[in-house]
Design a protein around this ligand. Structure first.
Ligand code: IPD
Ligand code: CA
Ligand code: CA
Ligand code: CA
Length: 257
C-alpha cells in the first residue's frame, strides 16, 4: 500500500464530500435526533459517510470501516486496514450555524495510524498527517511552536470539563490565557495543531473524534492520551482526551486529576 498514492485518492474524496455538503446546505436539511436534542444526524451526515464507504468498498474491499452513522462494519479488532470516519463532526454547529464543523477520515493499519485528515468545510482548510511524512495544513508543513509555559495560550475544553473542574485545575485555568470552546472536536484539534490553543480537553469522545488527531499529533510530537494519562483505545466508544503541547502536559494532568 503506497501511502502517498492513497493520500492523493483521499484528497479527491474529501473534495467530493465538500461538494455533497455544499449541495446539502442549498436544500432543506432532514434532521433527526439520535439520543436527544443535542445529538443530531442529518441526511448530509449520512450521504457523506455513504460516499466514503462506497469508494472504500470499491477500491479496497478487504479494508474494514468504522463510521459514526452506521454504514460501515461492526469492528471488534483493529487488525488489518481500518478506516475511521466522522462524516460531519460538529453536527450541532452544522445545523445551527453552518460553521465550525469538519469532515474527518483516518486510516489505521494493525492499530497504527497511517493517514488522518481534518477538513474545516466553512473555512476551506485541510489538515492532515501522513505516517512518517509529517503533518500539513493547506499543504504547508506544520511545526510545533516553541512554548514553555501555560500562560502563553488558551485551553480548549467542553463545558463539562469546566463545570467539573476541581480547585487545583481551576488554578491551572487561571494560569492560562483562558478557556475556549467551539463544540467540534475536529476544529478544536486544528486549533491546537495550528498553535492557536495549547490544549484541547474532552470527556466521552468516540473513535472517530480522535482517530485523525492521533495521527497528526504523532507527526508533530504532541501529547495525545486520555485525561488519566492512558493510551487512547480506538475500540472504546467513550474515551477522554488530552491533546496538548508537550510543554504543558504535566501541569494539566497533575492538576486535572
Ligand atoms: C461531537 C463533537 C463535540 C464533542 C462530542 C462529539 P459529532 O461530534 O465533536 O465537540 O463534544 O462529544 O460527539 O457528534 O457532532 O460528530
Ligand atoms: Ca454525532
Ligand atoms: Ca459526526
Ligand atoms: Ca464527532
Amino acid at each position: 500500500m503506497d501511502l502517498l498514492e492513497l493520500h492523493l485518492e483521499v484528497m479527491q474524496w474529501i473534495d467530493e464530500a465538500k461538494a455533497i455538503i455544499q449541495a446539502g446546505l442549498k436544500s432543506d436539511l432532514i434532521i433527526e435526533e439520535k439520543t436527544g436534542y443535542k445529538d443530531l444526524v442529518t441526511n448530509v451526515d449520512k450521504q457523506v459517510e455513504q460516499y466514503f464507504v462506497a469508494n472504500i468498498r470499491e477500491l479496497y474491499p478487504t479494508h474494514k470501516i468504522m463510521g459514526e452513522e452506521g454504514s460501515g462494519d461492526k469492528i471488534h479488532s483493529l487488525d488489518g486496514f481500518v478506516w475511521i470516519i466522522d462524516p460531519i463532526d460538529g453536527t450541532l454547529n452544522f445545523v445551527t450555524k453552518q460553521r465550525d464543523y469538519g469532515i474527518m477520515i483516518a486510516l489505521y493499519k494493525d492499530g497504527v495510524g497511517q493517514l488522518g485528515y481534518i477538513y474545516d468545510v466553512s473555512r476551506d482548510q485541510l489538515m492532515y498527517g501522513i505516517r512518517d511524512y509529517g503533518a500539513y495544513c493547506d499543504h504547508k508543513r506544520l511545526v510545533k511552536p516553541f512554548v514553555s509555559d501555560l500562560s502563553e495560550g488558551f485551553l480548549d475544553m467542553n463545558c463539562y470539563i469546566l463545570m467539573d473542574a476541581n480547585e487545583r485545575f481551576k488554578n491551572t485555568i487561571r494560569h492560562s490565557k483562558g478557556t475556549r470552546a467551539i463544540g467540534a472536536s475536529s476544529i478544536e484539534h486544528m486549533n491546537v495543531f495550528l498553535g492557536n490553543s495549547l490544549a484541547y480537553l474532552s470527556e466521552q469522545l468516540a473513535p472517530w473524534d480522535v482517530a485523525c488527531g492521533m495521527v497528526i499529533a504523532r507527526e508533530l510530537g504532541y501529547f495525545y492520551r486520555t485525561l488519566d494519562n492512558k493510551k487512547i483505545d480506538l475500540l472504546s466508544n467513550k474515551t477522554s482526551l488530552l491533546v496538548c503541547h508537550p510543554a504543558v502536559a504535566l501541569e494539566l494532568l497533575n492538576t486535572y486529576n
